[in-house]
Design a protein around this ligand. Structure first.
Ligand code: CTP
Length: 394
C-alpha cells in the first residue's frame, strides 16, 4: 500500500483491513503528508508491520527499503494517489520513500486517484495519468460525489471494497488466470440528434448491459462494453468501455470490435430510426401548426454482427416485448439469424427498463426455451453469461 497525502487517506485503514481479510499480507509506505491524515500506529496495528516513510530511517543501516519492499510485494496499490504523487510517478521523480518505491516497483501497479475535480480535469494531471497507463499501470476511476473542499463533483477515491475487488481481478488477470475469452456487450439507449439541443431517445438506463458486462468479467472474460449515453459507471480491469451517442456510432464501434471477440450480446435499446437530417441550428416553432419530422432507418447492429460472424462466434440479443412476447421474440431470433434471444416481457411486474430486477426467458435457435424467475439483474445476467459461454467451443 502506498499512501499519499489526501483526505481519503482516512479510508486506508479500512482498505488495509479488507486486504488482510482477503488473505493478503500488507506493508504500508506513506508520504510525510499522508501521515497527517492517518497515523502510523493505526497502519502498523492493521498491517502488523512498520510503516515505511523515511528514506533515511536509522536502525538497519544497510537495508534499503525501497529495494527490499519492491521485491516483497506482488502488487502495489497507491491510495489515495494525489496529483503530486501521480506527477512524480509519471515523470520518474524519486524524492521520498513512496515515490522512490513506486519508481523501483516493476510489478502490477494500481493507482487510485483522489482530488478536487478541477485538479482532476487539469491537462497536466490527465497527461500524467495517460503516461502512467502507457507504462502499464492501472488507474482506478474516481467517483462523483461530495468532495473535501465542500463542492460536489468528480474526484472522490473509489470505495475500499471496490478497490479490493478491482485489485483481486487485476492480479488474477496479470497472473494469466483469465479465460482467454472476449465478449462484446452493448448497453443503454442511443440518442438520435434532431438539432443541437434535442434528440430522440428512450428510457433505457443501461443497468442490464452493465450487469452483463460484470457477469462476464467476474468469470475472467474480457469485455468490450459499448455504452450509449448513461450515468452508470463500471470499474473492472477486464471491462474496456467505449462511449457512443447514436445508433450509427454504436454500429461503427460494434463492427470494429466484434472481429476480435468470441461472442456478442446486445442489450442496448437502439433507436430504430433517426431524423433524416440534423439541423445545425435550434429548430424554431413556426405558427400553431403541428410539425412533421422525417425519420430514416438506422443500421441493425445485431443483424449486422450476425451476418459478419466467423465460424464459432456466438451472437445473441434481447427482445423487449409488450405483447405476443414469445411469437415476437422467436420471429426476431429467426429474422436476425442469431444463436439465442433473451426475452424481456414488459407484461411481467419488476421486469424491463430501469428496474433492479428482471424476469427473462432464453430462447435458443433450436427452439429450446429456458424460463427464469424474477431475480436481480445481476443474477439474470449471470444466467445469460453462463448460457453464452456454454455455447463457445474452446
Ligand atoms: N438492435 C440492434 N440494432 C438496432 C435495433 C435493435 O442491435 N438498430 C438489437 C437490440 O440491442 C436487441 C435486439 O436488436 O438486442 C432487439 O431489438 P428490438 O428493438 O426489440 O428489435 P427490432 O428488431 O428493432 O424490432 P421491433 O422494434 O420491431 O420490435
Amino acid at each position: 500500500m502506498g499512501i499519499s497525502g489526501g483526505i481519503a487517506a482516512y479510508k486506508v485503514p479500512i482498505l488495509v483491513r479488507l486486504l488482510v481479510k482477503a488473505g493478503a499480507e500488507v506493508r504500508c509506505a506513506a508520504t510525510r503528508h499522508a501521515l497527517q491524515f492517518v497515523t502510523p500506529t493505526t497502519l502498523e496495528t492493521l498491517s502488523l508491520a512498520p510503516v515505511y516513510s523515511d528514506l533515511f530511517e536509522t536502525g538497519e543501516p544497510r537495508t534499503t527499503h525501497h529495494v527490499s519492499l519492491k521485491d516483497w510485494g506482488d502488487m502495489m496499490i497507491v491510495a489515495p494517489a494525489t496529483a503530486n504523487i501521480i506527477g512524480k510517478a509519471a515523470c520518474g521523480i524519486a524524492d521520498d520513500a513512496l515515490s522512490t518505491l513506486i519508481l523501483a516497483f516493476r510489478k502490477p501497479l494500481l493507482i487510485c486517484p483522489a482530488m478536487n475535480s478541477d485538479m482532476l480535469r487539469s491537462p497536466a494531471l490527465q497527461h500524467n495519468m495517460e503516461l502512467l497507463r502507457s507504462y502499464g499501470a492501472r488507474l482506478m476511476p474516481t467517483v462523483c460525489g461530495e468532495l473535501a473542499c465542500g463542492t460536489t463533483g468528480d474526484g472522490r477515491m473509489a470505495e475500499p471494497e471496490e478497490i479490493v475487488r478491482y485489485a483481486e481481478s487485476m492480479l488474477a488477470d496479470e497472473q494469466g488466470q483469465g479465460s482467454g475469452l472476449r465478449v462484446l456487450v452493448t448497453a443503454g439507449p442511443t440518442y438520435e440528434r434532431i438539432d443541437p439541443v434535442r434528440f430522440i431517445g428512450n428510457f433505457s438506463t443501461g443497468k442490464m448491459g452493465l450487469a452483463l458486462a460484470r457477469a462476464f468479467a467476474d468469470r475472467g472474460v474480457e469485455v468490450e462494453l459499448i455504452c450509449g449515453p448513461m450515468h452508470l459507471t463500471v470499474n473492472h480491469p477486464l471491462i474496456h468501455r467505449t462511449d457512443v451517442e447514436s445508433a450509427r456510432e454504436m454500429y461503427e464501434a460494434a463492427t470494429r470490435l466484434f472481429p476480435s471477440c468470441n461472442g456478442a450480446i446486445l442489450a442496448a435499446a437502439v433507436a430504430d430510426y433517426r431524423p433524416e437530417s440534423q439541423s445545425q441550428t435550434k429548430l424554431k416553432k413556426e405558427g400553431s401548426e403541428g410539425m412533421t419530422l422525417r425519420l430514416t432507418q438506422n443500421p441493425d447492429i445485431l443483424a449486422s454482427l450476425s451476418a459478419m460472424r466467423k465460424e464459432g462466434q456466438i451472437v445473441a440479443g434481447f427482445a423487449l416485448e409488450t405483447d405476443n412476447a414469445m411469437e415476437n421474440a422467436t420471429a426476431k431470433l429467426q429474422r436476425k439469424k442469431i444463436d439465442f434471444i433473451v426475452l424481456n416481457s414488459m407484461a411481467d411486474a419488476g421486469a424491463g427498463i430501469g428496474t433492479d430486477t428482471n424476469k427473462i426467458t432464453i430462447i435458443d435457435s433450436d427452439g429450446t426455451t429456458k424460463a427464469g424467475n424474477l431475480k436481480s439483474k445481476a443474477d439474470a445476467a449471470a444466467d445469460i453469461a453462463e448460457h453464452l459461454l456454454s455455447k463457445i467451443h474452446r
